[in-house]
Design a protein around this ligand. Sequence first.
Ligand code: GLA
Length: 579
Amino acid sequence: MRSSARSKVILTFLFVTLSFAIAGCGGSTNSDGAVSSGTPDAGVALAQVRYATPPMGWNSWNTFACKNTEATVKATADAIASNGMAAAGYRYVTVDDCWVGGRNPTTGQLYSNATTFPDGMQALADYVHGKGLRFGIYTSAGTNTCAGLSHGTRPASYPLGVGSGSLGHESVDAQTFANWGVDYVKIDYCGGNLSAFPAMRAGIAATGRPMFLSINPYSANATLPTNFAADGTLYVPAYADMSRISQDIAPNFTSVTSIIDISAADAAWAVPGYYNDMDMLEVGNGMSADQDTAHFIMWAMMSSGLNAGNDVTKQSAATQALLTNAGIISVNQDALALQAVLDTADSAGSLQVWTKPLSATGTRAVALLNRGATAAPITVNLANLGLKGTVQASNLATGATLGAVTTSLTQTVPATGAVLIELTGTDPQVVNGSLAGQNWIWSTVQSGTVAAKVFPAGSSLPAGASAAASIVTHAKSYVDGLTVNAPAQLVYRLDGHCSTFQSDIGLDAAAQGAGSVDYQVWADNVELYDSGTVTSSTPIKTVRVGVTGRKTLRLVVTDGQDGVTHDVADWANPSLVCS
Ligand code: GLA
């Protein structure tokens, strides 16, 4: 043992001894039994989850582009209301680019193209609402819309649209949209200005009308960093309900799989009420039936918005059946709203197992994704998922019961296809005491693994954890803890057995005096604590929150809006009081 390591163990021993001694005097043990290391920090204003599950609807762009008209939108609303899509959960009918006629120089308000949308957007919103649906509209973060800038997609009859983007007009446009009865705003980028995104959020808030805010910082060759936070510009989940993470989708399997990989890399940024948008669906737009199925299953698994992008007035029975598949949609609309993470892949990366916990305890959705050119068996191993007891399996897309699974389940998956499974067994439920050595049910980190340091030495680490550098913040040693590289998240099952979560928080010694993060504690998608920005010079804080009756606990460490270099952060002495 190196001397520094020995001194850490001694420090830890002293700390444990001291803690027990103090607890024995009754001085710092709270009435519910949690050992307090400090006065609980009040934190900053908590986030409101505006939309608890990803949006479902339809968007005009993938099929109609600039050939979109009032008539096509009305026909689409008619179809969605009557063909089973509304009943399956599709709500928003969104008019993408090319509806704008210009901006009234006197009032500053946008108006619609008189040829293609002659009755105006308020009448169209009324029509869509009359079908029991919600109305969405497109704008951009520049002075022009994307198609207004691109003559390739703009019919000759379409006016240039200069001045028809929302930059500098965010408040007036948000109010105009609210006046029209808009329920969903998609704001594109195309070389606009990032300031338009938060300005549109503020504009929407000022109207008092709930409007889902979908932003697209990736359009038209803009290659901005993940969620902007990487360059310290903006922390998107603070204001957008959903953000595109890729360039435009195309109806081919290469495009689909490339977006899956981008979304996987961005999973740790998605917090409750904020979704990584994998773009509008290309189901029914020319891929094979198996490819359409894999595409829809993976968009559902990764909690993307499900905005159909086909002509729903003419879709085949197979397309209609897929888009309304209740089992697949239930995975997307599950109340826990977690994004799937990659469990295993073969060495070529073409046979993959993706998993996400569902809200019902002991339940996992599992997608077996075959990216290769031939049908192949794909196996999910129960040991990887942490499920215990008798595990029952079913095919969520077909409803077929697959029976009891003991160690693993293998299914033959078609080439460029996917099979969606539900597994139900018993989850590892947390127990009273230190959280550091306990099993989480889901974790996501952008880089590295979660490191858990558990004393006494020899205690087992949770699945997915690696042994940590010692948990030291501000030269203070702790009994145990979790060290993460932001952005990183962990979800535990409480199942209503616990009353209090407590932890000290601070940047790890590995942050080397730099870095800045934001700690968040969520339970059942309600934010219980938000630290605000914590830097290496912020004094150690104590988080202490009530979790009585909560089923899940979600620990989030995200960026402090200056990039994630050096963002090595500790949950020190994390503990739960449970019955
Ligand atoms: C960009 C977006 C698309 C669509 C078009 C409209 O390319 O990424 O989703 O909105 O603009 O011009």
